[in-house]
Design a protein around this ligand. Structure first.
Ligand code: LLP
Length: 436
């Protein structure tokens, strides 16, 4: 699953001691395993090999240039949702033709940048966006390659409402029955080549069924569009595969692939191209967040550990009530966790609220979590933090965003330095001269 393991009572990432890493770089710090990133990409691609998919890693998940570069070198393309993400993907060296661009609110300049770069596909999410894309491409004397993002109206069990996208009434995509009209309109636009259908159901999707239901609807639509005389070359099935940290029982890629491959195989056999946009399933377990216990105190009946990472560094618990497994890097009595997939009840554990330093009542990373006895100064590892961790970090409370370190075998390198106070005010313009 990943390369984070206890060895001689201390947690390591690949061959690197994480206590030493925390001492060297300070905390909070995100640590990524290069091997886990690359193995996940390779295993996912292999599971779907019969479909020869283009795997466009969802840049929003974890967007450090070094990680994008690693994934690009492993054959991945990129799914981007802003000009900023497009800039990152191109800077990391991902070839433009392997980049797809989704998002409900792309600006005119973002469309221009995408066309100028020559990206593989713009995933259009409204009729007005299609018109704008046509106008921008015409003004540039270029032809934009595009797909329509459809809303298949499929609800998947267990996906939080806050991260569900493919249901009726959502702002994402275009209702299935409205799509043929857009293809008809696009066929009149000289500067748009609309030849694909895109779908993204939400995240995480805990079983293959929502995909098979949605893709069956998408392929029916493809048949209809072809019958109307449109050329359809591409189906993009989006992202959403679950990661192990959610329940401890996330299906492996093989489980998704076994169900999805037969549905898409005829499309591929007839010359169609499949794109997928995984993020979480590649990145979540490839990264952890190291945080140090600053203070221990009692509050009512709670034992509270105040740590140096908060919702500013990892917002998922505060925003979605997400569960992240955590454990000290050097647990007392060498108490390594028997599993990482839920609440652990070993003798000798103590219940702690794990709270961050931010001035918000919701700033907890965990409540009443049973852990080996903690001491001030201990380093705790928050697992499954590679996806939507650093990418959603903020400077709230004028806090410094963490450092990021990439481990490769027995070596490690800093791939993003911690923010400085200068970073906090860098974009703010000079003060007027007047005295206070
Ligand atoms: N494609 C599109 C169009 C997306 O919007 C997303 C995620 C993905 C692919 C990648 O989905 P994944 O494979 O990572 O599940 N911040 C939330 C998740 C938001 C997902 C947004 N879109 C969280 O921390 O759980």
């Amino acid at each position: 699953m990943d390369r984070f393991h206890y060895h001689d009572g201390v947690l390591r990432c690949e061959g690197v001691d994480l206590e030493e890493l925390a001492a060297e770089h300070g905390t909070p710090t995100y640590v990524y395993s290069r091997d886990t990133f690359r193995t996940h990409l390779a295993d996912l691609t292999a599971a779907f090999s019969e479909l020869h998919p283009l795997v466009c890693y969802a840049v929003k998940t974890c967007s450090n240039l070094h990680l994008l570069h690693e994934l690009g070198a492993g054959g991945a393309g990129a799914d981007v949702v802003s000009g900023g993400e497009l800039h990152r993907a191109l800077t990391a060296g991902i070839p433009a033709e392997r980049i797809v661009f989704a998002g409900v609110g792309k600006s005119e300049s973002e469309l221009r940048e995408a066309i100028a770069a020559g990206i593989g596909c713009v995933n259009v999410e409204s009729e007005s966006e299609l018109e704008l894309l046509g106008r921008v491409a015409r003004s540039m004397g270029r032809t934009a390659r595009a797909a329509i993002r459809v809303n298949p109206d499929v609800q998947s069990e267990g996906t939080p409402e806050k991260t569900t996208t493919g249901v009726r009434g959502s702002k994402f995509g275009i209702d299935l029955e409205r799509v043929p009209r857009l293809f008809a309109r696009a066929s009149l636009l000289d500067h748009v080549r609309l030849t694909g259908v895109h779908v993204h159901l939400g995240s995480p999707i805990h079983s293959p069924e929502p995909y098979t239901v949605a893709l069956t609807r998408v392929l029916d639509l493809v048949d209809k569009l072809r019958a109307d005389g449109h050329e359809i070359e591409l189906v993009n099935m989006g992202g959403g595969f679950a990661a192990e940290y959610e329940t401890g029982a996330a299906p492996g890629w093989g489980v998704y692939a076994d169900a999805i491959t037969p549905v898409l195989k005829p499309f591929v056999a007839a010359g169609g191209k499949v794109v997928m946009e995984p993020g979480r399933s590649i990145a979540a377990n490839a990264g952890v967040l190291l945080t140090r216990v600053r203070y221990l105190k009692d509050a009512g009946r709670h034992r509270v550990a105040i740590v140096d990472a908060g919702m500013n560094n990892l917002i998922r618990a505060a925003l979605y009530d997400s569960f992240h497994f955590m454990w000290p890097v050097r647990p007392v009595d060498r108490l390594a966790p028997p599993t990482r997939s839920g609440w652990i009840d070993l003798p000798g554990l103590t219940g702690y609220d794990i709270a961050g330093p931010i001035c918000e009542s919701t700033d907890y990373l965990a409540r009443e979590r049973r852990l080996p006895t903690l001491a001030e100064g201990d380093v705790i590892c928050i697992f499954g933090a590679g996806a939507y961790g650093m990418a959603m970090a903020s400077q709230y409370n004028s806090s410094l965003r963490p450092a990021e370190v990439l481990v490769d075998g027995s070596t490690s390198r800093l791939i993003r330095r911690r923010d400085t106070y200068a970073d906090l005010i860098e974009a703010e313009l000079g003060l007027p001269d007047s005295k206070l």
